[in-house]
Design a protein around this ligand. Structure first.
Ligand SMILES: [Zn+2]
Length: 234
């Protein structure tokens, strides 16, 4: 391989690495933001778990009060019953008492249901909290890693940029001009190997004679389809 081709490929490696760092610089803040939003959602979920349980406990206390009030009403009905002389009124009161008893039974059933729910929620709570906390910590660790990566980007880019300048001096000026132009127009990888008589930049098939020439001379040419530098690997 000709030294100028070697120099061009090395320059390209640095430029591609710089491209990657530049991309990361744009991507990372967004990635951090998404993860922080997820952490907030998980923390809300953690609070809601306890809130839900407390609401259920509150519901039990409310039901217990209702039962107490209903029992007092029942007692009143029962003492009223003793005072009644008229059979029709007596029967009506008996009916009222029966309805009141039903109401109390329903409230008691309802209370039992909610108590069972509370029992299950209380049993499940620690494991659910631990799982949410585990997820939060995992994402926090990822955020810390991303922040560290982001902080290191400028130094890496600075270091690569100075290496880039050194490598650019090794490439002949006319070649450098073509390279810069292609980088500007096409972007990404502009010096590409030929594989199976095909330009690996644009996948166009190349004339066999062109490929043979490249192979024999160790020089590079241009793909007639996309204009990229093409060469045959040793
Ligand atoms: Zn091509």
């Amino acid at each position: 391989m000709k030294p100028e081709l070697q120099a061009l490929l090395e320059l390209q490696d640095i430029d591609l690495a710089l491209d990657r760092l530049q991309r990361r610089k744009q991507e990372i803040p967004q990635e951090i933001q998404q993860r922080k939003a997820r952490i907030e959602a998980l923390q809300r979920e953690k609070v809601q778990l306890v809130e839900h349980l407390n609401q259920k406990k509150l519901q039990i206390r409310k039901l217990e009060k209702e039962i107490l009030a209903a029992e007092q009403t029942l007692q009143k009905f029962q003492s009223d019953l003793l005072k009644l002389k008229d059979n029709k009124e007596y029967q009506a009161k008996l009916h009222e008492i029966e309805i009141q008893k039903q109401k109390i039974r329903q409230l008691e059933d309802q209370t039992l249901e909610v108590m069972e729910e509370v029992e299950i929620l209380e049993q499940e709570l620690p494991a659910k909290q631990r799982e949410l906390e585990r997820q939060i910590q995992e994402i926090q660790a990822r955020v810390a890693a991303l922040e560290k990566e982001f902080q290191g980007l400028d130094d890496q880019m600075l270091e690569l940029s100075s290496r880039r300048e050194a490598y650019r001096t090794r490439v002949p000026a006319s070649l450098l001009k073509q390279y810069d132009r292609l980088r500007h127009l096409v972007g990404g990888r502009v010096v590409v190997p030929v594989q199976n008589n095909t330009c690996t930049g644009c996948n166009a098939e190349l004339p066999v004679q062109v490929v043979i020439n490249l192979k024999v001379t160790g020089e590079f040419g241009h793909c007639e389809n996309c204009g990229r530098f093409i060469y045959v690997e040793d």
